[in-house]
Ligand binder design. Sequence first.
Ligand code: ZN
Length: 331
Amino acid sequence: MDLEMKKIPTISSICEGGEGRYTYDALMYQDILRYSILHNYDYPAFKTFTVYGLTGYLIDHFSPFINEFKELSKRNKSRHNKILSKLDGVKSKVDDLVNLGLIEQFEPSRASRGSTITNRYQYTESGCLIAWILEGAKSRKKLLAEEQLYNLLDIDYVDTASSHDVFVLGLYTKYRQRGVFGEFVIDILRARLNDSNAKIMNMKELFLNLGVLHFTDKDKATLHSELWSETMNELDEEMKKYVLQNIKLEIEQEMERQVKYIRGFEELRYQLRNQPNILALEGVCQSCGLPSPIQIEIIEYLENTKLLPSDPILVRCRICKKYASITVPQI
Ligand SMILES: [Zn+2]
């Protein structure tokens, strides 16, 4: 039995190795996604492509292929034969991206000439989003990438807008007006893709927690906090509640990944299930040294810990009962 398992690709596979040290597979995923930029300039009118056409593009643009076909023994191969020799490898990468929801495969149709069956593909909105996030790294394409990404996100939200989506879109609009959309959205998404410690399984995880950002840079934090409060205050009371609950759920979900005393955290989170304004977290007690569940008002937490970090907030330990012995963590 072959024990070597095929690696299951994730969104993180696209930037595996991190910027400057990308793996061969990561570079190929990136160049395949980049092909979408040629194809979808006229978004939302998507064009379709074939693996044959894509492979031709890669022979001209994917550096490992370019180098390989510079070799004396392969230099004089016909273009058709070069493409054929790479077709299967490219096809398997396209299949990976189909599984990740970045490319969509259509029902096979007959090619225009002859009787061969040709599979046609199309990039999805998510595929285009990732292509533009990566493209935004190049300074000369930065503004164009911002424009394209903003449009994609905008369209993305129209049909399925939850209260949280409306809030985030409101934030994006303010970022655009203040010229910080690139820094506050694209740079963060790109950093997440390139973080080799993070395992981002799908698009939902890539976009998680974008409703509240944390900046260590004081000027950025101040501007973000200002825009955040403005956007929040423009919502009606009903929507505000839903947005805060959504943020609460995201933070608690992230906290759950980091807690050391899971049962205690679960108990507190359960007790607070009917209070969308109070957050369950965990901190380590400086007195007894144990991880302990803690609770805090969500607005207080967001304003003082996440948006505009000030002096640390200290709370009581539920285990040894000592006051002000646990620092509220920044999740
Ligand atoms: Zn304690």
